[in-house]
Write a protein that binds this ligand. Structure first.
Ligand SMILES: [Mg+2]
Length: 329
């Protein structure tokens, strides 16, 4: 092969194309020609990239599908093992959450070849020999695409969080809560075990709102949610049912009986006053508990209805207490 790269002799660096302010990141280079391989490594390293080098298609595929694989791949077309387009095809057939940008290097020039490479799943191609400035311009395009995809994923994740969480307290909102409860009810039924549902209502919340204002009321709701979340096991469900009502669901309580568990939740709220921005408020909750044991049907709506009746009893008997529901005869 003659000149592999046309490096500019005395040209200024490309104007106004933003260099990455972030670390350049990791690039996988798959190239069987030692001259190209070394040159690409040198150029990329000089620009701050971490370069992972391989010299055949099979190794490229293995490295590109490893858990911490680089997001930017530069693949030669003609390689032992697997040709670049086949590596692309196989990579694209594996679903991955994080997109990998593929730049194909090829000595092939015909439109049919280029179409074949792109159809195989490459994002871009560059024909050899190439100008090194053009090469880096295309690498930067790849990086922009990767960052764009990362931002999209982050935005999607934020939307997912907003759609499933209560904005005031940060715990599951009513919609997500019911979905989780239904799934949990099905799971415990399958496993023939039990699910305990705790319906928790803040005592005298309206009065606190009137006395201390709605901002203090919001702070109290937020703190109650935090204390409930901190008091349960990692895999228990804590959600806002509505207004000042919360639901906790706990499956397979073994070391604690449901009543003890509920008492622990009650004490987590009442044992220490809640500080708002300008006052300190003693808060208590009443809790109605329903456990799927003994109920023929373990529908969530039924459990909530039974827990609600128990909660009503707790309120009637003076608040700041736990009442257990008893299976219907
Ligand atoms: Mg080759």
């Amino acid at each position: 092969m003659s000149t592999a790269f046309t490096e500019p002799a005395c040209q200024p660096p490309p104007p106004a194309v933003q260099e990455d302010s972030n670390p350049a990141g990791c690039v996988l280079v798959a190239e069987d020609d030692p001259l190209y391989r070394r040159a690409l490594q040198r150029f990329l390293t000089r620009k701050g990239y971490t370069v992972q080098l391989v010299s055949n298609g099979l190794q490229a595929l293995a490295d590109a599908t490893s858990p911490d694989a680089p997001r930017l791949l530069i693949l030669d077309w003609m390689m032992p093992g697997l040709p670049g387009p086949e590596v692309c095809r196989r990579l694209r057939s594996i679903p991955r959450e994080r997109y990998q940008y593929i730049l194909l290097l090829t000595a092939k020039h015909t439109t049919a070849d280029i179409v074949e490479g792109l159809e195989a799943g490459a994002d871009d191609y560059l024909t050899k020999p190439f100008n090194i400035q053009e090469f880096f311009a295309r690498v930067r395009v790849g990086q922009r695409m990767i960052r764009l995809q990362d931002r999209l994923l982050a935005a999607q994740e934020a939307l997912r969080f907003q759609a499933t969480h209560d904005p005031l307290t940060g715990i599951w909102n009513r919609g997500a809560l019911f979905e989780l409860l239904r799934a949990e009810a099905e799971r415990v039924q399958r496993k023939a075990t039990s699910l305990s549902l705790f319906l928790i209502d803040l005592d005298n919340f309206k009065r606190m709102n009137d006395e201390f204002g709605h901002l203090a009321g919001d702070a109290i709701l937020h703190e109650v949610a935090q204390r409930l979340s901190a008091a349960v096991r990692l895999y228990d469900i804590v959600g806002r049912y509505g207004g000042e009502e919360f639901i906790v669901a706990a499956a397979e309580l073994e070391s604690e009986r449901p009543h003890q568990f509920a008492e622990r939740l009650r004490l987590a709220i009442s044992s220490c006053p809640i500080r708002t921005s300008d006052t300190s408020v003693s808060v208590s909750v009443s809790i109605g508990v329903a456990t799927s044991d003994g109920f023929v049907e373990c529908s969530i709506e039924k459990l909530i209805q039974i827990a609600d009746a128990a909660l009503y009893e707790a309120k009637r008997k003076g608040r700041n207490r736990v009442e257990m529901a008893h299976p219907a005869a």
